[in-house]
Design a protein around this ligand. Structure first.
Ligand SMILES: C[S@@+](CC[C@H](N)C(=O)[O-])C[C@H]1O[C@@H](n2cnc3c(N)ncnc32)[C@H](O)[C@@H]1O
Length: 300
């Protein structure tokens, strides 16, 4: 714990560069400390960057994450920084790397930026800033978007993956979250012939759903429930022709609709039914239990 805490605090408190003075006037939320290149590589690897991605870096510094994503993976990238000097450096670095056509940099407060277009996002901010940003991330990023943070977490929103990179004997954490669809609420569907009604009531805490179901009026356990981005999967055991079979539900969530399949074995054959579920929209609840808080970064 100490090993990880000291480098982060040292980095941020020792780097009181002249640009941080600019930062103070402009109310920077985080001082400028560039991510070391081995950590940049790990962040981009963990975000699984593809050519088709649009990678946003919030507080982009000299643009190294955005430029790296463009140079190494051919992805498009967008960087935001409130400090004009950083934006100028970002353009210079993009030009040197020959990726100017793939990237854009904006001198803008990251809290004012629009995140809807991002398919992957990188951040090196502070936990207090991440917590303020969290409701906006969950609201604006599309389900399935990969969010990677250097060193700082998201409070009770636990990462889906993490790793550690050692650079010059200092340990750096890299965390990944996959933005989840919101599947909370009551969903209904019809299944089989003659059709019976299926219903499930789900709660959701960040990316973790839980709940119960009834099929044909009988209470049924929902087993192995997982949600990854907009992909939901679970298993329900049902009697078919006198035998209990495991029915695998897999679907893609789009707003208040899920479409996918129900697969099971019956009479030695694999059966595949279409699955279309609809949510009662009044039953959807927020998945972010804790609201963002804390004020701007202050120097003592
Ligand atoms: C720790 S540095 C990270 C730089 C870069 N992302 C990296 O990992 O190398 C934080 C950056 O956030 C910028 N910044 C701080 N507050 C900001 C705000 N409200 N809006 C946009 N940028 C901000 C700073 O100017 C600085 O470049």
């Amino acid at each position: 714990m100490i090993k990880k805490f000291i480098p982060a605090v040292l980095c941020f408190s020792l780097m009181l560069t002249p640009s941080f003075q600019v930062a103070q006037q402009k109310q920077l939320d985080v001082p400028y400390v560039p991510t070391k290149y081995p950590v940049v590589d790990e962040m981009l690897r963990m975000a699984d960057i593809q050519k088709s991605d649009i990678v946003y870096d919030l507080g982009c510094g000299d643009g190294r994450l955005v430029v790296g994503a463009a140079q190494k993976y051919g992805a498009h990238g967008v960087g935001f920084d409130i400090d004009p000097e950083r934006i100028q450096e970002s353009w210079e670095n993009a030009t040197k790397a020959g990726v100017k056509n793939l990237v854009q940099f904006f001198e803008q407060d990251l809290f004012q930026a629009d995140f809807h277009e991002a398919t992957a996002m990188t951040i090196y901010l502070l936990t207090s800033v991440n917590l303020r940003l969290r409701p906006k991330l969950l609201r604006e990023l599309r389900p399935g978007t990969r969010l990677v943070s250097h060193n700082f977490g998201m409070g009770e929103w636990k990462p889906d993956q993490s790793s550690e990179v050692m650079v010059d004997d200092i340990s750096h954490d890299v965390f990944l979250w996959i933005i989840p669809a919101n599947v909370s609420g009551t969903w209904t569907w019809n299944m089989g012939k003659p059709a019976v009604k299926g219903e499930m009531n789900l709660e959701q805490h960040f990316q973790v759903p839980s709940g119960s179901a009834t099929v044909g009026g009988a209470a049924t356990e929902i087993k192995d429930l997982t949600l990854k981005g907009d992909q939901i999967r679970f298993v329900i055991d049902r009697p078919v022709e006198g035998k209990l079979v495991s029915m695998v539900f897999e679907g893609k969530v789009a707003g208040h609709n899920i479409s996918g399949t129900i697969k099971f074995q019956a009479g030695g054959k694999e059966m595949i039914w279409e699955w279309k579920a609809r949510r009662n929209l009044a039953t959807e609840k927020p998945i972010d239990a804790e609201q963002g808080r804390t004020s701007r970064f202050t120097l003592h």
